[in-house]
Design a protein around this ligand. Structure first.
Ligand SMILES: [Zn+2]
Length: 481
């Protein structure tokens, strides 16, 4: 088993970060969970029969920016369609979406695989605007409805069946999230359901076989769950195949805690959505002004930045991961580049200590205890290479702990005192040995790990000016004298 070819495609829903909802003037609040239920509502988004939708231009603009980032061209005009189905979170009995794809060119979106070693491309089939539903909350036997989320704007991105593994699907989804976040198109926080992914999985034996039945797994909201869901589904289909069971076309719900999926509906009870052109909205014509505005806006494409880091600066995956972890880190990195600092120098210090601090305290680089000017001063000093890395590490540590400036710390610790001569260093080593006879005995009786103690003492006495390797060399000689 496990020799089948895997085909995967994705449907990614992104909540657009606009000020208002898609068809009314209600606030499009991104922190939905913090709000009192049903405080952001109006006759339109609660589905009153006499209330008419009015399309937000900001939503269209953000949609166009996503199409631009995905290398897609948009149809002009396009239109909205009514998708009819009944569910309590949709009291009007329909959702407004765009069935007839608003983009007309199947372009490709590049992304990186295998720790930025390999470049891949995936084609986009469709990316359309639609509205979200209300939120249904189940408590005991009762269902409560919160309309704050109703008719907030979504863009649904559908790919071609181009993925060959769960890893590829995950890396692509990460790239989409970065595109959305870095360009302020969507906050794309998966935990807050601002980005959710449906995966479609189909397996076959040979490349020449037709794609078999597809199974869709819905509403996955973490990258690790995408991987687990696809891997589990491939295994389930392989087992079914080995047992000569038919794989049915189904929509399944992935339960990440159980690590299992459950049938939601099968092909036989697939819903007939009775799509038809939305009668309450005119065709959507994009004005020249809006088209020019979108064309003029420059977008940050994560793939391009990663490629530059890899090919031009020769960064390893740790450096790249650190710099793309958060958009503000990348902005800071680019700012320092513009100021003429060497790329590797910047990446090294961000990856070493600054990122450790950010992860430990859950803060972006813009919210460190030291401000940008203080950081730039630090990089100025590091650039001169007058003070060795050991000392600079201590400077950064102190900066983050005491909020003091690099130059003050250096003065206070005497790091700017002239470099220590070889003779002086030997003198310090000798005095440390003379001061600790008991530990010298331990060392001579075979507990050689005590050398670390001596090295540390010498480094402290020399204000971290000396190279630990050099100290160890001198100490090993002197300990046996
Ligand atoms: Zn409303």
């Amino acid at each position: 088993m496990a020799n089948s070819l895997v085909t995967v495609w994705l449907e990614i829903h992104l909540k657009l970060s606009t000020t208002t909802k898609i068809f009314c003037r209600c606030k499009n609040d991104q922190s939905l969970d913090n709000n009192e239920p049903n405080t952001n509502i109006c006759p339109v988004c609660t589905g009153q029969p006499w209330a008419l939708p009015q399309l937000s231009e900001e939503v269209v603009e953000k949609g166009m920016l996503i199409w631009k980032a995905l290398n897609c061209k948009w149809n002009n005009p396009s239109r909205f369609d009514r998708k009819s189905y009944f569910y309590p979170d949709l009291p009007m009995g329909y959702q407004i979406t765009q069935l007839y794809t608003p983009i007309n060119v199947n372009w490709e979106v590049p992304f990186f695989m295998d720790n930025y070693e390999k470049e891949r491309k995936v084609r986009i089939l469709d990316a359309h605007l639609e509205c979200d539903t209300a939120k249904a909350l189940h408590q005991w036997e009762t269902m409560y409805l919160d309309f704050n989320r109703a008719w907030t704007p979504l863009i649904e991105i559908v790919t071609w069946p181009d993925f060959c593994s769960s890893d590829e699907a995950v890396e692509f989804a990460k790239e989409i999230q970065r595109i959305a976040k870095w360009n302020d198109l969507s906050d794309a926080d998966m935990e807050k359901w601002q980005m959710r992914v449906d995966v479609n999985v189909s397996i076959r034996k040979n490349e020449s076989d037709p794609l078999w039945t597809r199974v869709e797994l819905k509403n996955i909201n973490s990258f690790s769950a995408i991987k687990r869901a696809i891997d589990a589904e491939v295994l389930r289909q392989e087992q079914a195949q080995a047992a000569w069971e038919e794989i049915l076309q189904q929509t399944r719900r992935w339960d990440d805690l159980k690590g299992q999926s459950f049938v939601m509906r099968s092909k036989e009870d697939a819903l007939d959505y009775r799509y038809f052109p939305e009668p309450d909205l005119p065709e959507l014509y994009l004005s020249d002004e809006l088209i020019e505005k979108v064309k003029a806006r420059s977008l940050t494409i994560p793939f391009d930045h990663i490629r530059k880091m890899k090919n031009e600066y020769g960064f390893n995956k740790e450096y790249i991961n650190t710099l793309i972890w958060d958009y503000t880190t990348l902005v800071f990195f680019n700012k320092l580049l513009e100021k003429g600092f060497e790329a590797k120098l910047i990446a090294k210090w961000i990856a070493w200590q600054i990122s450790a601090y950010m992860t430990a305290h859950f803060v972006p680089i813009t919210e460190l205890p030291v401000d940008e000017e203080q950081l730039i001063e630090f990089f100025e000093i590091a650039k001169e290479w007058k003070i060795i890395d050991n000392q600079m590490k201590i400077v950064m540590e102190e900066m983050l702990a005491t909020w003091a400036s690099a130059s003050d710390i250096i003065k206070e610790k005497w790091f700017d005192a002239p470099a220590i001569s070889a003779d002086d260093l030997r003198g310090v080593c000798k005095s440390v040995i003379a001061e600790n006879p008991a530990i010298v005995d331990q060392y001579k009786w075979g507990k050689t790990s005590t050398i670390g103690f001596f090295v540390w003492q010498v480094m402290k006495k020399t204000q971290w000016k000396a190279n630990p390797k050099e100290i160890t060399g001198i100490l090993t000689q002197e300990l046996w004298n």
